[in-house]
Design a protein around this ligand. Structure first.
Ligand code: FAD
Ligand code: MG
Length: 296
């Protein structure tokens, strides 16, 4: 069978992309490896009507609603390389037969890499975060740290005083110019020069000189990489962002490869559930219209 569209990634962006195609009664195959980016966090904030809902519940409801449409199929699998064929695209699957579709939507999200500081990864999504808008409010104006990783850490540290008393740990990872120093000072951000040794307790920072700074939450930026090999295997162009490469798309989420669309965190610098759902909707509509009008 040749599907109208294969959607790779069955989380917020991929499910949203499936919706317009399903409602147009198109045959859709959603392929999902089941590893959402926010699986480390129990609750999600900021997505209208689902503020504070469990991260897993939002996708579970989305999946149930999408699978209620007869023309949608679901496959738990890991998509590999894709190649162009006469009719569209052939997607290789690990341990299963390849699947073919006329259009492809890549909604695979990104993979975060954290600094290798002991104790950091274990607290990711619980007391260590990257997005103030997602997790700042719940810190109740408490003690907040920003772990310096790159120049982006200054940006995060300048935002965070709206959510609590903020300390920026430079951690030998960035140097401040005098303009940045005065901006941070104007926002009341404390600057800690002694490097970080490890994270203990809830989100407490142990410094190399032995001091422990007790915190309610610690923010850090991560480097990100688009998950899965499909976009690269099709030679989609990538764009450089502040955290890593993302798949380059136009305003309708078309990639540089005709017939291939991309949405969600994989195709924007810095994402959220709301933005993934919005982008996914655009990609689904664009994929549908390209089927109707036989253009890309
Ligand atoms: P994902 O949700 O990452 O989903 C991608 C899906 O594609 C996964 O199921 C994955 O397994 C699958 N996949 C990947 N590769 C393949 C492959 N080769 N084959 C098949 N399937 C594949 N945002 C908010 O709005 N509010 C919050 O409170 C919030 N909290 C967060 C907390 C943490 C700790 C993190 C890391 C992120 C948080 N975010 C939050 C951001 C949010 O998680 C992302 O913006 C959102 O998940 C992006 O959705 P997506 O569908 O693009 O990607
Ligand atoms: Mg998705």
């Amino acid at each position: 069978m040749v599907y109208d569209s294969i959607i790779i990634g069955g989380s917020y962006a991929g499910l949203a992309a499936a919706m317009p195609l399903a409602r147009a009664r198109r045959n859709v195959l959603v392929i999902d490896a089941g590893r959402r980016r926010n699986r480390f966090a129990e609750h999600s904030h900021g997505f209208l009507t689902q503020d504070g809902a469990r991260t897993a519940d939002i996708v579970a409801i989305g999946r149930e609603q999408i699978l209620a449409y007869d023309t949608v199929e679901w496959l738990n699998a890991h998509a590999g390389h894709a190649t162009r064929t006469d009719v569209g695209f052939r997607v290789e699957l690990e341990g299963m037969d390849a699947r073919t579709a006329r259009r492809l939507v890549i909604a695979t999200g990104v993979i975060d890499t954290l600094s290798p500081i002991p104790g950091l990864a274990e607290r990711w999504g619980r007391h260590v975060f990257h997005c103030p808008y997602c997790h700042g409010y719940e810190l109740n104006q408490g003690r907040i740290g920003v772990l310096g990783t790159s120049a982006m850490s200054v940006h995060t540290a300048l935002l965070l005083p709206d959510w609590g008393t903020t300390t920026l740990f430079l951690n030998d990872s960035l140097t401040l110019d005098s303009a940045q120093e005065s901006q941070l000072q104007a926002r009341g951000v404390a600057i800690e020069l002694v490097p970080v040794d490890r994270i203990v307790g809830q989100a407490d920072v142990v410094l190399r000189d032995g001091r422990t700074i007790v915190l309610d939450g610690l923010f850090t930026t991560t480097t990100t990489a688009v998950a899965g090999p499909t976009a690269a295997s099709l030679h989609c162009e990538f764009a450089e962002g502040p955290f890593g490469l993302t798949i380059k798309t136009d305003a309708m989420k078309a990639t540089t490869v005709p017939g291939v669309f991309a949405c969600g965190d994989a195709a924007r610098a810095g994402g959220s559930v709301s933005l993934a759902v919005g982008d996914g909707t655009l990609a689904g509509v664009a994929a549908h219209q390209s089927l109707v009008f036989e253009h890309y």
